[in-house]
Design a protein around this ligand. Structure first.
Ligand SMILES: Cc1cc2nc3c(=O)[nH]c(=O)nc-3n(C[C@H](O)[C@H](O)[C@H](O)COP(=O)(O)O)c2cc1C
Ligand SMILES: [Fe+2]
Ligand SMILES: [Fe+2]
Length: 408
């Protein structure tokens, strides 16, 4: 639980959440912060709420107490996005403060009614609206629908150039009291960059087109600080996270980075022998490789490396005339997140008839993934030297293709 000063009259309240699956699904090995912001003009506004899975709003009230702000004195509750990780505390807040106004999009208002039955004192805002808090803090609103829900807006403080961007420009990773890019070492920034990729690929990836539009829209604003709803605040170099997000959005349709992700599964070690061989070959080729075994590795981890990889290798045996099931499940998820236009290669073992390849083709086609596959290498039982030689040849071709695309 931290309270920190962002800039003049603006404070961040943040709470870390750990040991849960985010959205009930995504593993967060390094936790995630839920960030809320207080803007103290002549009137006080709170942007998004610190809420989550750890018994807040008690945490929020304790943080407000540290700032000597009585919850009753908060006049505006700005809801950039109604998802309960940001607004789940409103019902408790109402018990303490009955006089606040909610500032949100029309869509958020509909959701507020549906989720919490809250209908009173709502000010709907659009791109055209501003809100004057006094002391020069005139807030402007920017509709950025579908980053991440259809209701999303960003709030911009024109005095300080602070963009409260909610899920946009967010990252996983627990917050410390140094939750600002200017207070972090290069290694720490690298850590949050990895957490941003993980957050982007798991939470925002499917909405990459809306992300691009949002970035375009925000480019008209004189942004000095990016203050997201999760992760660190970008005060020294706000453009870094905006440019990173722009790149992440472009990875959806590829090409991504000069990297290859191997996703593999094996029951009795036959496919595994060929995977081991493939790792050795790729090591000699000196290309960055991520290797994930299923079902042991979580979807979130696999998705994060598939998102940044231009090349993907799928290795799995046939199982009951189809693909090894956990690989099919992961591939479906990559399809839903629209991991498209990858250079790809598949190999694997079978016993008598095969069948994995057929299901693989079906999934790729069902989600319009448009992966460009090299001819697959399938072997009966264990891989013979001739199979491994063929795999070597295909891998070299794949590396060449990935390099060509990413060095254009
Ligand atoms: C539960 C189970 C189901 C299988 N179903 C098929 C099948 O439908 N068609 C086929 O050709 N082989 C099938 N096989 C055989 C495997 O594909 C074969 O044993 C292969 O070598 C396993 O590779 P692995 O050691 O990498 O798991 C099946 C094996 C198991 C254990
Ligand atoms: Fe969200
Ligand atoms: Fe969120």
């Amino acid at each position: 639980m931290n309270v920190t000063n962002v800039t003049n009259d603006i404070y961040q309240l943040s709470v870390n959440v750990e040991d849960i699956l985010f959205e009930g699904l995504w593993e967060i090995p390094n936790g995630v912060s839920l960030n809320s912001y207080i803007i103290k003009g002549e009137k006080t506004a709170i942007v998004d709420g610190v809420c989550g899975w750890d018994g807040v709003p008690e945490s929020l009230f304790a943080l407000l107490d540290k700032l000597n702000i009585a919850p009753e004195s908060i006049e505006y509750l700005i809801i950039n996005h109604m998802e309960p990780d940001h607004s789940g505390w409103i019902e408790d807040f109402k018990k303490i403060n009955s006089n606040f106004k909610v500032v949100c999009s029309k869509k958020s208002a509909e959701l507020l009614e549906a989720f919490y039955g809250h209908t009173e004192n709502i000010i709907h805002v659009t791109d055209k609206d501003t809100l004057d808090l006094g002391k020069g803090h005139i807030l402007k609103f920017v509709e950025i629908p579908n980053v991440h829900w259809p209701d999303t807006i960003a709030t911009f403080d024109t005095l300080t150039g602070t963009l409260f961007s909610c899920d946009a420009f967010g990252s996983f990773g627990r917050a410390t009291s140094s939750n600002y890019d200017d207070m972090l070492s290069k290694e720490e920034i690298d850590f949050y960059e990895k957490e941003a990729v993980r957050y982007y690929s798991n939470i925002v990836a499917a909405f990459s087109m809306p992300v691009k539009k949002a970035i375009q829209k925000c480019s008209d604003l004189p942004i000095k600080i990016v203050a997201p709803g999760h992760g660190i605040v970008w005060r020294k170099n706000p453009n870094k996270i905006i440019e990173d997000y722009s790149r992440y959005a472009s990875y959806q349709k590829g090409p991504a980075q000069e990297e290859i992700t191997i996703i593999w599964g094996s029951m009795y070690g036959m496919t595994e022998k060929a995977v081991q061989h493939a790792i050795d070959v790729l090591e000699k080729e000196k290309i960055k490789v991520h290797v994930h075994r299923v079902p042991e590795t979580s979807w979130g981890t696999i998705l994060a490396s598939a998102w940044t990889s231009t090349g993907i290798i799928l290795a799995m045996p046939t199982y009951e005339y189809k693909m090894f099931p956990p690989l099919a499940a992961v591939l479906e998820e990559l399809g839903k997140k629209k991991v498209q236009n990858r250079k790809a290669f598949r190999f694997g073992s079978y016993g008598w008839s095969g069948g994995a390849q057929k299901e693989l083709d079906e999934i790729i086609s069902k989600y319009c993934m448009n992966w460009d596959f090299l001819e697959p290498v399938e072997f009966k039982g264990r891989p013979e030297p001739k199979d491994l030689e063929l795999i070597t040849e295909k891998l070299r071709t794949l590396v060449g293709e990935v390099r060509e695309l990413t060095n254009e």
